[in-house]
Design a protein around this ligand. Structure first.
Ligand code: G3I
Length: 369
């Protein structure tokens, strides 16, 4: 049976009809808006590019989402490609779209060791830059970017992915860490706060369901808080796979992070049909299959339902849930870890229609207190 033709179970229909009236078809006006379903609980966001906001996917955005994140165009290497040149037009167009459609705008990301511009760590003669100079460059970058979008960005990922996946190592070895030592972390949060005092400031990382990594994240943000550093929240990326996400791990994860008392944002949610892999690799024969099988889709539906049941349970702590991309028409996972291998990790299919997983998510609204 074609997975698009699967029927919603009787109990699910009853719930949907009770919630949304006659939801017996999937014509545009009987499909509930995701952002309306979760209004007053959390924002529903998506990562976008300056191009896809104006494509057919933009219509999905307008109906279902109330928050945007720039997938790439605010990263250092893209927005600040040369010492004295900033590329404002991409982020400006996303900011304008957010304004025009009454959406929030999340900033991603002020400092990350990936997608950095080559010039940042080098003197003009090629030598490695001094600590003082790198800190000065970071400060100028943060004041320029956070300053330009002051009042437009409601929350910034100030620092992305600084903690190591190796259980025995705390920080990832990055040029920032090697040149400046850990003190740069405290400084960038203070500068971001000075540049935009009203923005909420986040540390954002992945593999948060892993107990060892989670402990590190909580330890780092707690240390910063204890020192009086302005950090308001933790971004849990949520790049998960149907082959490894476990309910008990997600429960423990949200419980521990909620206990910090900080604001939680789910920042980069998707649920891959492929097993997660840490490194890029070449395509193999076994990758040339359609992963969107009935069995995988059923598993994805059930897990998306489970995920949102947890988000609803911890809604007092969770302020926003952002998907990484909008629909299965395009996902970064089509390129990663295997270039050209299709994935279907989101709630809307490649034809921009709600998947069964969408309805499983919507169903969780019944658990509102
Ligand atoms: O724009 C160039 C294009 O000009 C060039 O022809 C092409 C050739 O490969 O590359 C294009 O740039 C790519 C860019 O995405 C835009 O599509 C880069 O190669 C590619 O590396 C980059 O990947 C992005 C990745 O971050 C970089 O590490 C993904 O789109 C983006 O989804 C991903 O997002 C990250 C979050 O920021 C942080 N958390 C993890 C998440 C997934 O890796």
């Amino acid at each position: 049976m074609d997975i698009h033709l699967r029927k919603v179970s009787l109990s699910a229909w009853i719930v949907l009809i009770l919630l949304f009236g006659n939801a017996s078809g999937q014509s545009a006006d009987t499909i509930p808006s995701l952002r309306e379903v979760f209004r007053n609980k959390f924002l529903i966001g998506a990562s976008v590019s300056p191009t896809n906001i104006h494509s057919a996917e933009g219509e999905v955005l307008k109906k279902h989402f109330n928050s945007l994140t720039a997938e790439n165009v605010m990263k250092m290497g893209v927005i600040h490609p040369e010492p004295n040149r900033y590329a404002w037009s991409g982020p400006d167009s996303i900011a304008a779209f957010a304004r025009a459609h009454g959406m929030k705008f999340r900033g991603h990301t002020l400092v990350w060791h990936k997608q950095t511009p080559n010039w940042l760590f080098r003197e003009s003669d090629g030598r490695t830059v001094s600590k003082e100079k790198l800190l000065q460059r970071l400060k100028e970058h943060i004041f320029a970017v956070a300053g330009r979008y002051r009042g437009q960005i409601y929350a910034w990922d100030v620092l992305n992915e600084a903690l190591s996946d190796d259980p025995g190592t705390f920080y990832t070895r990055t040029p920032f860490m090697e040149i400046c030592g850990e003190e740069f972390i405290e400084k960038i949060f203070r500068w971001a706060h000075e540049a935009d005092p009203n923005a909420l400031l986040f540390y954002n990382d992945y593999r948060e369901t892993d107990p060892v990594k989670r402990k590190k994240i909580i330890e780092m943000v707690t240390r910063l808080r204890d020192k009086g550093v302005p950090i308001h929240g933790i971004g849990l990326q949520g790049h998960w796979s149907i082959h490894s996400l476990r309910e008990d791990e997600l429960e423990a994860c949200l419980k521990d992070f909620a206990a910090t008392g900080l604001i939680l944002h789910i920042t980069e949610l998707d649920l891959s049909l492929w097993p997660g892999e840490p490194e890029r690799r070449e395509i193999r024969p076994e990758d040339n299959v359609n992963a969107y099988t009935m069995a995988n889709a059923n598993r994805q539906d059930a897990l998306y339902g489970m995920i949102f049941s947890k988000f609803v349970k911890y809604a007092d702590a969770i302020q926003a849930v952002t998907f990484w991309n909008i629909t299965d028409r395009h996902s970064w996972l089509d390129e990663w870890p295997v270039r050209g291998r299709k994935d279907h990790p989101l709630l809307f299919d490649a034809n921009l229609q709600p998947k069964f997983a969408f309805w499983k998510v919507v169903e969780q609204a019944r658990n509102y207190k």
